[in-house]
Design a protein around this ligand. Structure first.
Ligand code: ASP
Length: 347
């Protein structure tokens, strides 16, 4: 080839590179069930429907608009109400997310999930995903068959956040109802309304306006890449049970936990994590049996601080369900009480 033709070919290659359409982000949607995949007999039925009835491809097909934002693939991890979610499934989910995000061709993951335990699974992934690529959970309060179902817009906005480079490094997120919540703090606060997910003290990471994420805050607590927890080779999670504190709460709940070989107990204390004489005796008995006990609060917000006059470790600002997730995760690698207390203060 002559020099001039070589030059022309090189110029052509350069121009086509410069004008090639930018590659869309590749987002994988992992579906686990819930109301977002729920189906009812009529479009006005919003209770008593079947959660986890629709498959992942149907969820994606219902929102063709996602194709203008990202290249999406779907995978079905489970198809259940999140009230039936188990530690085996969240472990499988964490491993799958880790494997996907380790690939160069995957830019982020969206997970559809029932709302009932949507404060637990995201926090487990916040502790155990080894990547700063976006991991975004979403769900719905109205089944897919309802008038004004919230699922399709929630899925579109979740993909929008997962595809946004600015979403990297913020920890695992929950996108619902135009808001971006942090897995560490967000929780379901109302049994039925659409705006149920809130973090009473900490608020939101940001909002979605006109199809664009606006981030406003960052989480101080340790998550994802900086987390010491690694469950990629863990086959099952330790058994941690929750015992609720109330007037007349009986000591025999602790005997049951000991008899069933629990590894840990979250005690949902009154007020700032206080104990009755019976729960105090039960906690001491459980600790003597080698069970790690952590006191949380039943108030719904605030910090349970260390108190030398009371038995048990303390949950800091984690709600009881999230405290259980952290204790299960911590017990996969240590039984050192001081170290576990340190995790509760920093994660
Ligand atoms: N029971 C459902 C679930 O958690 C509720 C929902 O998704 O809103 O799967």
């Amino acid at each position: 080839m002559k020099f001039t033709s070589l030059l022309a070919a090189a110029l052509l290659a350069l121009t086509s590179c410069a004008f090639a359409a930018p590659q869309q982000p590749h987002i994988v949607i992992l579906a686990t069930g819930g109301t977002i995949a729920g189906s009812a007999a009529s479009n006005t039925q919003t209770i008593g429907y079947k959660a986890g009835a629709i498959g992942v491809q149907a969820l994606i097909d219902a929102v063709p608009e996602v194709k203008s934002i990202a290249r999406v693939d779907g995978e079905q991890i489970a198809n259940i109400g999140s009230n039936d979610m188990t530690s085996d499934i969240i472990l499988t989910l964490s491993k799958r997310v880790n494997a996907l995000l380790a690939r160069d061709d995957v830019d982020g993951v969206v997970i559809t999930h029932g709302t009932d335990t949507l404060d637990e699974t995201p926090y487990f992934l916040n502790l155990t995903v080894k990547s700063d690529k976006p991991v975004v959970f979403t769900g719905a309060m109205r089944p897919a068959t309802a008038i004004s179902a919230d699922g399709p817009m929630n899925l579109l906005e979740a993909v929008t956040v997962a595809a946004d480079p600015n979403a990297r490094g913020r920890g695992v997120m929950l996108v619902m109802n135009d808001r971006i919540g942090a897995a560490r703090f967000i929780t379901k606060t109302n049994a039925t309304t659409l705006d149920t997910f809130k973090a009473p003290e900490q608020g939101y990471l940001g909002v979605i306006v006109g199809g664009k994420p606006h981030f406003e805050t960052r989480v101080e607590k340790i998550h994802t890449l900086r987390s010491v927890f690694d469950v990629r080779d863990v086959n099952s999670l330790p058994k941690v049970v929750i015992i609720y504190g109330y007037q007349d709460d009986p000591e025999y709940m602790y005997d049951a936990a000991i008899a069933h070989h629990a590894d840990g107990i979250i005690y949902v204390g009154t007020g700032g994590g206080s104990t009755s004489v019976r729960s105090e005796a039960g906690i001491k008995k459980a600790e003597q049996a080698g069970i790690v006990v952590v006191r949380a609060s039943r108030t719904g917000s605030g910090v349970v601080a260390p108190d030398d006059n009371m038995p048990g470790l303390v949950a800091d600002s984690l709600n009881p369900a999230k405290a259980r997730i952290l204790l299960m995760t911590a017990l996969t690698q240590t039984h050192d009480r001081a170290l576990i207390q340190d995790y509760f203060q920093n994660y």
